[in-house]
Structures are given as C-alpha cells and as structure tokens.
Design a protein around this ligand. Sequence first.
Ligand code: ZN
Ligand code: ZN
Length: 158
Amino acid sequence: MARLASEERRELLERFRRWLREQRLPVTRQRDIVAETVFGSEEHLSVDAIARRLRERGMRVGIATIYRTLELLVGAGLVREHEFGEGFRRFEPAGRESDHEHLICVRCGRVVEFANERLERMLPVIADEHAFQHRRHRVEIFGTCRDCLQRELGGLTA
Ligand SMILES: [Zn+2]
Ligand SMILES: [Zn+2]
C-alpha cells in the first residue's frame, strides 16, 4: 500500500486528537506517536511491528499503550483492523481513497492490496439476492505470493 501524503497524515492525527477530546480522553505524546506510526506506514502493521519501529526510533512506548491506542484509533474509525488468520491483528489507516481488499500470502505473510470496481458492485448484489441489506464487507484471498511461488519452483528444479 502507498504511504499517505504528509498532509493526510496530519489531518488524521488532528481528527484523532479531536476525537479523544470529544471522548474526554487525554491527548498524550505516546498516543500521538503510535497514531503517527500507523498513519505513516506503507504496511499493514502488527503490534509487534509497531513496537519494533518505535524502538528503532528510540521511543519508549509500552505494549499496553500501543494496544490501547490502536483500540481507540479503531473506535474512532481512523484505523482499520485486520485478522488475516495469523493469530495476531494488523492495522492500517482507514478511509483512504476507495475501498480495497487484500491478498494474503500464507507462506511469508505478505499482504497485497487490490481494488476491483466490479467486485465492489457485485457484493451488494449478492447480499441482495440473499435478502441482506449490504453494509460493509471484506474480501481476503489467501494464497501464495509470486516470490514464494518462485522460491518453491526454484527449489523443485534445483
Ligand atoms: Zn509469500
Ligand atoms: Zn490494506
């Protein structure tokens, strides 16, 4: 996924601070740092990955604070949460451009995004066929990415 432009990141952070104040929750430097890390990422980060990034930048933020902040960000509708069947969650900024879905490599955990207008149009139609009023959806395709496939094929011919 593409990294958000700096003004978009600033705007999201501003919305997070505003939301915290509305909820009468403290706006703290640590919450800002966690939010900035997710908003500024080009990946779907796990809690561990966020903790690692913060450590690399020499910032001390406890795991509990990271979890709590992510919970708040999801609650504020600013971060989208994923469970890709790996036993842990991953996070990405919400409300970017249009809807996108995910391809997940079951070998290396790579996550690739795709957008398909036809698919997005079809899903509400399918819901309708089952007398469901469509609200939202997630499409996740699990498989093997090109690199892992090549590695496997390479292993076979070597
Ligand atoms: Zn892979
Ligand atoms: Zn995504």
